[in-house]
Design a protein around this ligand. Sequence first.
Ligand SMILES: [Zn+2]
Ligand SMILES: [Zn+2]
Length: 119
Amino acid sequence: MSTRITAIRTGRRARSYAAGRVCAHPFCKTVLSVYNSGALCGMHEGESPTTPDEILFPPYQCPTCQRIKPRNGENFHVDRAMEDGLTRECADCRNRSDRSEQARAKRTRRLRRKRERTA
Ligand SMILES: [Zn+2]
Ligand SMILES: [Zn+2]
């Protein structure tokens, strides 16, 4: 009886692969089966492999300027709260909104000071 359990365990270990792996094709979020030994899902299997750069930094569309840029630290700021560690907006948009936010903060600070003085 104990020998049968051992046989099942070793059999399962030999056939399955790490769970939770995702297809390496850019934009594809398909989770690979634990029985899939490759890096691509069934739909993308057999397709010409993309360049390593595209796998590492898949093209990503900025939701603000709609421009498509490689998803890397050069085009996107670091955001640890995000799943992949980068902000959704591209660095250009981030810089622009940062500047306008700073300007707005300066203006409100000035207004508040003025109000305090008159009060
Ligand atoms: Zn895929
Ligand atoms: Zn942008």
